[in-house]
Design a protein around this ligand. Sequence first.
Ligand code: ADP
Ligand code: MG
Length: 238
Amino acid sequence: MSRITLTGVSRSFGQVQVLHDIDLDIRDGELVVFVGPSGCGKSTLLRLIAGLDRPTKGIIAINDEDVTRVAAADRGLAMVFQSYALYPHMSVRQNLAFGLENARMPRAEIDQRIAEAARMLEIAPYLDRRPGQLSGGQRQRVAIGRAIVRNPTAFLLDEPLSNLDAELRISTRAELAALHERLSATMIYVTHDQTEAMTLADRIVVLRAGRIEQVGTPLELYNRPANLFVAGFIGAPR
Ligand code: ADP
Ligand code: MG
């Protein structure tokens, strides 16, 4: 399980404060979407939660433990980036196995996890191809597969669909929603796309210039936006 708590989290780069005093409590198994315009601090916040960066002030805890005190391998988090970041010289199978081999997982278990993820994401036919021989949508599914095989308790996804064309974005979005149901893992999903936020989220966190404007379910935000910015940013629920 993964409950993620942010308390007074700020991040500055030099003189520039990018995140201001963020408080947020993400429940185990919840799908939370961070939404806001480009440059508002979504990726910075996600990287802090992943433990890839440290807050200037404040604490991020996963199951009540400060992330910066937990070894990366023990955090139970897997991150999926907008650029797929696959190894181009390795086959899909090798890409999926790489992290598990480094963790010295037994071969039989690695093979089993890869087979399972491949079935779930329908990438079994491509396991022996290289990323360069795949379409954008297939590559993104491999990137998601690489997160799944690690069996994380929380997925952190940073604009995972933004490189896909509109049609693929909609089908992959539906797959991600189904995956969330099936794995009952906590998911934090970053996007600047209102439709994605409204469709996927249990709760939406609206960010603006490094501050939380409002947190709520899609319906709450739609029916009772806290201000004009939220109202303008949130589309109709579907
Ligand atoms: P978003 O993901 O919402 O588009 P980011 O979190 O990437 O926004 O960036 C928020 C702000 O922080 C931007 O103004 C960006 O230029 C700045 N920023 C992010 N990372 C760094 C860094 N390593 N050094 C300096 N400024 C940064
Ligand atoms: Mg970003």
